[in-house]
Design a protein around this ligand. Structure first.
Ligand code: NAD
Ligand code: USQ
Length: 389
């Protein structure tokens, strides 16, 4: 298949692109490198050194003999988006290209507006391009488990059968997300479901849980193929941060009481889920939703697993929760669709954490301790301090 990976320079987009290429697909990557600009803005950076998008593509050609076509540009630029899609003529588009940090979207008005504009308008441009150029292109869109929030009923895969006052309907599962970023994903989901109804688009919305890990089979082939590894309090995600704190001998920063539960997934399963979704496209007019997560834990349980796996003493520090989120709640979610397509999940208890510790040790001299502390408080409309320029 011809597969265009939007956001192909990011944490997940790059390993996905080389995985799909390694599996025999013709792959293109599109990115505007804005993720690297957020690093400059925040004074942070990837723990593991990463090459530019063009160097990565060259390195992949050297290592595998396969060509990935790179497009540098912004999805907010409709002409560029249309031109790229017309030129590459994909069978499937995998859309990772959004501002994906919840804390970043909560800094202040400017960052909330940027996040929602970038994400919603970028997705609308892709949707219209598919609508005008070729409606058979299957759009595989990254959503997030956080779109659902923490409802007091089990979370289904996108849709809910409801009977109300004697009448029944199949409805989009109600959403109650917890940040302006997560809200942007809900807006995308609604726009895409509408596109399926009016233009017969084929869309798979992948409501992914929190990803952990840094290495896939392909990124491990050559140091130039490494993907980024974020540990700062804005872009670093919880399990990756806990693993880094363990190696540095710092206490793991559990926000609030640690009873919040979250869905998680191993980075090696992310790339496989994308392959499975691409190779079994949604039907014309179908808005298909998969919950792309394999397990869930409370934050305290995650900290305990990291502490038990790390060969040394690790402490936990309970920090006043800078976020507004339910701490005692029901959390059960259905995740059978991808497994029924053939996903064989790696579990958190598997070996990945151990290999992460090795990678972290190798690069621990690059850590800037200042960027580890959380500085963005959900209760404030403006969070200037702590954001370093
Ligand atoms: P990332 O920030 O590392 O990668 C996103 C990439 O998209 C970046 O390289 C960025 O430069 C690019 N991008 C952003 N806006 C763009 C635009 N307007 N035009 C062109 N390129 C643009 O993020 P990631 O962690 O790889 O996440 C990828 C996707 O998966 C996101 O949509 C995110 O919401 C979703 N997701 C991530 C996780 C996670 O734990 N990392 C979990 C669930 C869902
Ligand atoms: N948390 C801590 N300590 C930390 C960092 C976070 O306790 O040091 C807590 C947060 O309060 C939250 C949970 O861990 O309850 C998850 O936080 P996170 O920063 O790891 O993840 P989140 O903000 O939810 O966002 C990440 C990705 C986002 C993706 C989402 C999947 O950045 O792109 O959409 O995970 S999900 O959470 O399922 O919506």
């Amino acid at each position: 298949m011809r597969i265009l990976v939007l956001g192909g320079d990011g944490y997940l987009g790059w390993p996905t692109a080389i995985y799909l290429s390694g599996q025999g697909h013709d792959v293109g990557v599109l990115d505007n490198a804005v993720r690297r600009q957020y690093d400059h803005e925040l004074g942070s950076g990837s723990l593991v050194p990463i090459e530019t998008m063009h160097n990565r593509v060259r390195a992949w050609r050297d290592v595998s003999g396969k060509i990935i076509t790179a497009y540098h540009g912004d999805l907010m630029d409709a002409d560029f988006t249309y031109e790229t899609i017309r030129g590459f003529a994909p069978d499937a588009i995998v859309h990772f290209a959004e501002q994906r940090s919840a804390p970043y979207s909560m800094i202040d008005r400017k960052h909330a507006v940027y996040t929602q504009t970038n994400n919603v308008v970028g997705t609308l441009n892709v949707m219209f391009a598919i609508g005008e150029i070729d409606r058979d292109i299957h759009l595989v869109k990254l959503g997030t488990m956080g779109e659902y929030g923490t409802p007091n009923i089990d979370i289904e895969e996108g849709w809910l059968d409801v009977t109300h006052k004697g009448r029944s309907d199949r409805m989009l599962f109600p959403k109650r997300p917890g940040s302006f970023y997560h809200l942007s994903k809900v807006h995308d989901s609604h726009n895409l479901e509408f596109g399926c109804r009016i233009w017969d688009l084929r869309v798979t919305d992948l409501n992914q849980g929190i990803v952990y890990g840094q290495e896939t089979t392909e990124t491990a082939l050559d140091a130039r193929l490494a993907t980024r590894f974020d540990y700062d309090s804005v872009f670093g995600t919880v399990l990756n941060r806990f693993a880094i704190q363990a190696v540095l001998g710092l206490p793991m920063s559990v926000y609030g009481g640690g009873t919040q539960s979250r869905a998680v997934i191993d980075i090696r399963d992310t790339v496989e889920c994308i392959r499975l979704a691409c190779e079994t496209p949604a039907a014309a007019g179908e808005f298909r939703v998969f919950n792309q997560a394999t397990e869930s834990f409370s934050l305290a349980e995650m900290a305990k697993i990291v502490a038990n796996t790390y060969p040394g003493q690790v402490d936990v520090e309970y920090i006043d929760n800078p976020r507004v989120e339910a701490e005692n709640h029901h959390f059960t979610f259905v995740h059978t669709a991808l497994e029924s397509l053939g996903l064989r999940p790696h579990l958190l208890s598997d070996t990945l954490l151990t290999s992460m510790f090795g990678i972290i040790k190798q690069h621990q001299n690059r850590v800037d301790l200042d960027v580890l502390q959380p500085t963005i408080n959900w209760r404030q409309t403006s969070n200037p301090p702590g954001i370093r320029s």
